[in-house]
Design a protein around this ligand. Structure first.
Ligand SMILES: [Zn+2]
Length: 446
């Protein structure tokens, strides 16, 4: 194992053993109290310097000292260590003019120093993205998975798929600094287990994080899949630069990830964003969660398929499936795009109901953007137009006028990319969040 990865993994293990879940979404104050006991000031300063180079580099040592407000001596010794560990590398000498009077060597972040594996663990699929430390994808692979088989069978399969993915793409396992996963269902506040997931009953309270960590021997981070879609779109997709937005995934279930003030909002216990289980019809059909008339029971893929097949003159292709319940919503979307009136009507009705639910969200949260994703969103304007109309009709005019409704940008990579960002945040961000830069020119050298 290289020094670099050893150091990162050691840091990660120390942090995740500290008791906090992913190490993200934790307030700066809480991390500072806990972190100060765990790490030396030098470790914090090291994180500060590394993040400075990573997010603002290439930078000369003197510029790093100015930005971090650490002394030049401190910066110099930390940079030497980072060079030895391979996390930064020196570039060509900057001319005197460009560096403000003196020749200086710029320092670059070495994104190739480690690999992150981001996973979208769906009920019927598994997508893996391998990325470098700048979140640039190195490889992507996708295959079937059946979570109905239960965690005892699925989790070893996931671990095996991750190791095979790395091997296939020439990634040494020793270079993996962490694995992030997006999983469908409500997560506990510590981001370790699913709590009563309506569609994965055998997974309730299973410590997915510990099981995978044992099997993979690297730090593992989890979050709800819609939260990871929101994080992915926030960092790399249509939500970049947007402080307050909602990511809504419409498939068999209807999930929602909220970004508030630029960060994923998880609520007090981690259950925020359960848009799919808002009651839309008090006497409506039974939902998998046990309630009646939830949004996903009246506007999820199952409801859309049933409505499209029972609509007058429906031309949805069912000849190739044994059971009507097996008709995928993709068939309905295809038929709608081809002009089938019953399919269009089914998608429009679902869009209206989703819009009614989102009108409530618009009134409560006042997002400037709502991103639609998932299998049903492939219908494009056939879904978006009724969603827009319902939001406009049923929320306060001022709030709805400032909310754009668009398709998400990352398609089937959103959740896995969000999971990559989850690990990146855990690896790099806490060091910054936990340390308020000391006053200028006053630094503690470890
Ligand atoms: Zn429900």
């Amino acid at each position: 194992m290289s020094n670099t990865v050893k150091h990162l993994v050691r840091q990660m293990r120390a942090r995740s053993d500290g008791g906090h879940g992913a190490g993200v979404g934790v307030t700066a104050g809480a991390t500072a109290t806990r972190g100060a006991g765990l790490r030396t000031m030098r470790e914090l300063n090291r994180g500060l310097v590394l993040n400075c180079i990573r997010t603002e580099g290439p930078l000369a040592r003197v510029a790093i000292a100015e930005r971090t407000r650490l002394s030049r001596t401190t910066v110099g010794s930390i940079v030497d260590a980072l060079l030895t560990d391979g996390l930064v590398r020196e570039g060509e000498l900057l001319s005197a003019a460009r560096s403000g009077g003196r020749k200086a060597t710029p320092l670059h972040f070495n994104a190739a120093a480690g690999v992150i594996l981001g996973v979208d663990l769906g009920r019927t699929h598994l997508t893996i993205i391998a990325a470098n430390l700048a979140a640039e994808p190195l490889a992507r692979q996708s295959g079937p998975l059946d979570t109905d088989a239960g965690p005892d069978i699925c989790l070893p399969r996931v671990a095996d798929a991750l190791r095979r993915c790395a091997a296939t793409h020439g990634i040494a396992w020793e270079t993996v600094v962490g694995v992030g996963l997006g999983i469908p269902g409500p997560m506990d506040g510590a981001l370790r287990t699913l709590v009563a997931p309506p569609r994965m009953p055998g997974w309730d309270r299973v410590d997915v994080r510990a099981a995978l960590r044992r099997a993979l021997r690297v730090p593992v981070y989890l979050d709800n899949d819609a939260n990871m879609g929101a994080l992915g779109e926030s960092r790399f997709g249509a939500g970049r630069g947007v402080a307050d937005f909602a990511y809504v995934k419409v498939g068999t279930g209807i999930g929602c990830g909220l970004v508030v003030n630029g960060a994923v909002y998880r609520g007090s216990q981690g259950f925020a964003g359960e848009l799919g289980h808002l009651t839309l019809d008090v006497d409506g059909p039974r939902c998998d969660c046990g309630n009646r008339g939830c949004l996903e029971a009246v506007a999820g893929a199952g409801a859309i398929v049933r409505a499209a097949l029972s609509g007058a003159g429906s031309s949805v292709e069912v000849a190739d499936v044994a059971d009507v319940a097996d008709v995928d919503v993709a068939n309905v979307v295809r038929a709608a795009r081809a002009g089938d009136a019953a399919s269009r009507e089914a998608i429009a009705r679902a869009g209206e109901r989703i819009g009614v639910a989102l009108a409530g969200l618009v009134n409560l949260v006042n997002p400037s953007l709502i991103l639609l994703d998932g299998g049903v969103a492939r219908a494009g304007e056939l879904l978006i137009a009724p969603v827009r109309a319902a939001i406009a009709a049923r929320s306060l005019a001022a709030a709805s006028a400032s909310a754009r409704i668009e398709l998400a940008a990352l398609g089937e990579s959103a959740i896995a990319l969000g999971a990559v960002a989850l690990v990146l945040d855990a690896v790099f961000a806490p060091a910054v969040a936990s340390l308020t830069p000391p006053p200028r020119r006053v630094a503690i050298v470890g």
